[in-house]
Design a protein around this ligand. Structure first.
Ligand code: ARG
Length: 462
């Protein structure tokens, strides 16, 4: 065969590429991950060429059978990927020549690698976004389970990492569920944006063949073909969207990881973590360190970095295709792998967390956390304005601090000194459990609210 071992563009070239360029220019070690999508795209393209009578049926069938054979070879690890043929598209095309001979040359009619690569990549990102969504669902399920067991677990809620107001641990965990739900929405709306099929725009200007883009688009599971050939081959927004959603999701789980690290510290001691999510120290025999949580936190940097890298690559690139864009795959694949692993570890982590309920309850009553409830009581029962009530409550806190008492350790006579019209009922507001259950406004931490919310979230999950 005359083309054997030559690049597809060898007819125009007098020399082969330098070794260093061959190595750097080749993306095969990375984009071989797209082989399923690439072969599917090629099969559908060949079907369309046959249907439109652009290629003879016999040739088309030969091509499709050859492609299926290649798919099998790759799946069975019997395929040799070659740097010389740069990427997955040309590696497959070259192999097709080996299998079916010169008829392989008919497959690339009305198509360029420029539309081919984004078709593959969009299909891959669609599938991978769904995989992330599935993992977010697993995470949501685990958080809800943990929340269900901790509706009555009272913990200190923080602002500025200073004790603020008591909360139910369940409510706190459900905050993360809301974040994960937004992550899911982001990934699924990306799938919506991505749903336009690039195949058929050619190198950049379209093609003179009578192709049927609606056919290929539909067969590949896209909503419609893209509108503008130049935009199509220039566009990497869908990859940036993926990286951006992955970054936000990684940011969320890194906040949770940080939370766990703080709560597990010897100073806070709010939780215990199962040994399987801890590691020891090489020197200090007593240590049990929360390494998995630290890795979730740290690896978010890789997700952010990938987003930053692709934005920078795309910034200032004129339309349409430039080789710069080839770097997009490694960034997206890395970001996906990192996020997927981090989500799986986060799921393990939440399951392995045991709240130290007594300590949580004790700390939720440290730092005068019911002072706001006292102020609210004065507004609701003694007709004070909130600002007036705030001052009265601040006075009570100062008094308690001076006398080294917690608010619920004060006697009624001491509280009454702040406002003569107070009756004994006021003493209830200093109980942290009561304080939690007073927060009945929609979205608040009362037990009733939480139970309703868990019911609603579980229904959503089904
Ligand atoms: N491997 C290339 C990439 O990922 C495919 C597109 C090549 N197109 C080109 N005009 N060189 O971007």
């Amino acid at each position: 065969m005359k083309n054997k071992n030559k690049t597809v563009w060898s007819a125009r070239f007098e020399n082969t590429p330098s070794k260093i360029f061959e190595r750097i220019g080749a993306s095969i070690s990375i984009d071989k991950r797209l082989f399923e999508e690439d072969i599917l795209g090629s099969i559908i393209h060949a079907q369309m060429l046959m249907k439109q009578r652009i290629i003879a049926k016999k040739k088309g069938i030969k091509i499709i059978n050859g492609l299926k054979k290649i798919r099998n070879e790759i799946k069975k690890n019997k395929f040799t990927f070659r740097n010389k043929y740069e990427d997955i598209h040309l590696n497959i095309e070259k192999r097709l020549y080996e299998i079916i001979g010169d008829d392989a040359g008919y497959l690339h009619i009305a198509r360029s690698r420029n539309d081919q690569v984004i078709t593959d990549f969009k299909l891959w990102i669609k599938n991978s976004s769904n995989e992330i969504i599935n993992n977010l669902n697993n995470l949501i399920e685990s958080f809800i389970k943990k929340a269900e067991k901790n509706i009555y677990t009272i913990m200190p809620g923080f602002t500025h990492l200073k004790n603020a107001q008591p909360l139910s641990l369940a409510h706190y965990l459900l905050a993360y569920v809301e974040m994960f739900k937004r992550d899911k929405k982001r990934f699924s709306s990306n799938i919506d944006y991505i749903d336009e099929c690039p195949l058929g725009v050619g190198a950049l200007s379209g093609t003179s063949y009578k192709i049927d883009r609606n056919f290929t688009s539909k067969k590949l599971g896209f909503k419609k073909p893209t509108n503008n050939s130049v935009d199509t081959v220039s566009d990497r927004d869908f990859a940036i969207d993926f990286l951006s959603s992955a970054s936000i999701c990684a940011m969320h789980i890194s906040r949770f990881a940080e939370e766990i690290i703080i709560w597990n510290s010897d100073i806070f001691k709010l939780i215990k973590i199962d040994d399987k999510m801890l590691t020891g120290s090489s020197m200090m025999p007593q240590k049990k360190n929360p390494d998995p949580a630290e890795l979730i936190r740290g690896r978010a940097g890789k997700n952010f970095g990938a987003l930053q890298a692709l934005l920078t690559t795309m910034k200032g690139l004129p339309l349409s295709y430039y080789k710069d864009m080839q770097e997009d795959k490694a960034l997206v694949f890395n970001s996906f792998d990192t996020l997927l692993e981090s989500l799986i570890i986060t799921n393990e982590l939440i399951k392995s967390v045991k709240p130290n309920k007594e300590r949580m309850l004790f700390l939720s009553n440290e730092g005068y956390t019911t002072a706001t409830d006292f102020a609210d009581y004065l507004v609701q029962n003694n007709n004070l304005s909130f600002r007036e009530a705030y001052k009265t409550s601040a006075k009570l806190v100062n008094y308690a601090e001076k006398n080294k008492k917690k608010l619920d350790q004060l006697d009624f006579s001491e509280v009454r000194k702040m406002n003569k019209k107070l009756d004994k009922n006021v003493m209830k507001v200093f109980n942290v459990r009561n304080a939690v259950n007073l927060k009945t406004s929609y979205g608040g931490t009362s037990t009733k609210n939480i139970k309703k919310m868990i019911f609603k979230l579980k229904k959503e999950l089904k």
